[in-house]
Design a protein around this ligand. Structure first.
Ligand SMILES: [Zn+2]
Length: 296
């Protein structure tokens, strides 16, 4: 009769011990599943450039690496182990040019080989550039409802932002006026203090109208701006915003692991060729003691 509460207390103690006993330092509160307490782990990559014939062989190592990352110990300075990611985010240029074969092959490999949900945004290659095609547009719209879309995980709002790219222009371009207007509207609908992660194809170095972007964000609590486009990992800080560029599995052997908790935001590349975390400080974001909810 009254043994039940004791049993429950014992279970609670065992769970508590199990949850703090398996890491090499204090473990921030990272839920292993979505929902519940605030926090989320996810992976990032970009510029997969699936070939027009549907060849995805250059993605397999990156996918297998992501599948194997949960449970891996982070570097000591980060602490803890990689939690099950809520999803993988791709910052665009899924295809070299959006043939049906390329889109089908990517769809298949992320559904059948990658173990986690996948979100993608359009890159400049994905609309066909000077020879337009709507294959990727249709694919993203079908999967996410729209080219620009939002979703929530672990108390964080994610915005995948589409921005039209001028194929006659340079690689560095402004984010389109319409996109910034859409962004403003979406941010206005975001509950106050909700941490927001913004993802688009252009990276910090490529965005020629950064000030307009920062002004569009205003005092909304945007904790990260994610990008791709230049195929390598970079981290920049600009006017209170942190920009992280994801690696391309075509040109790099890295995937980025991101962990957002109550008081810390970490983004660190894992090099699957070396089977080691990046130790290049320029590629690592570690915002300590900055509660995402109170950063700005
Ligand atoms: Zn690219």
């Amino acid at each position: 009769m009254n043994t039940r509460p004791i049993v429950l207390r014992m279970v609670a103690v065992i769970l508590l011990v199990a949850s703090v006993g398996n890491a090499d330092g204090p473990v921030p509160a990272v839920p292993s599943k979505q929902g519940g307490e605030f926090g989320v782990t996810f992976f990032g990559w970009s510029d997969q450039h699936v070939k027009t014939n549907g060849d995805v062989s250059h993605l397999l190592e990156a996918i297998d690496a992501m599948n194997g990352l949960p449970g891996t110990a982070y570097p000591r300075a980060v602490g803890g182990k990689v939690a099950e990611p809520a999803f993988v985010f791709g910052c665009g240029d899924v295809t070299e040019w959006p043939t049906h074969a390329a889109v089908r092959a990517y769809d298949k490999v992320i559904a059948e080989r990658l173990k986690f949900p996948s979100y993608d945004v359009m890159g400049n290659h994905d609309d066909g550039g000077k020879v337009p095609s709507d294959t990727m547009r249709k694919w993203i719209t079908k999967r996410h409802g729209s080219l620009t879309y939002t979703f929530d995980r672990g108390g964080v709002r994610f915005i995948g932002l589409y921005s039209a790219f001028d194929p006659d222009g340079k690689p560095a371009q402004p984010l389109a006026k319409e996109s910034l207007a859409t962004l403003k509207k979406l941010l206005a609908k975001t509950p106050a203090k909700t941490p927001v992660v913004l993802a688009t194809h252009l990276c910090f170095d490529a965005i020629t109208n950064r000030d307009e972007l920062v002004d569009s964000i205003g005092d909304v609590n945007v904790i990260l701006v994610l990008g791709g486009h230049y195929h390598q990992v970079t981290v920049h800080h600009y006017r209170g915003l942190s920009f992280v560029q994801f690696p391309s599995p075509r040109d790099q052997t890295e995937v980025t692991v991101l962990r957002v908790t109550n008081d810390r935001v970490v983004a660190i590349p894992y090099d699957y060729a070396r089977k080691a975390w990046s130790d290049d400080a320029r590629k690592i974001l570690d915002l300590k003691n900055k509660a995402p909810a109170a950063r700005r």
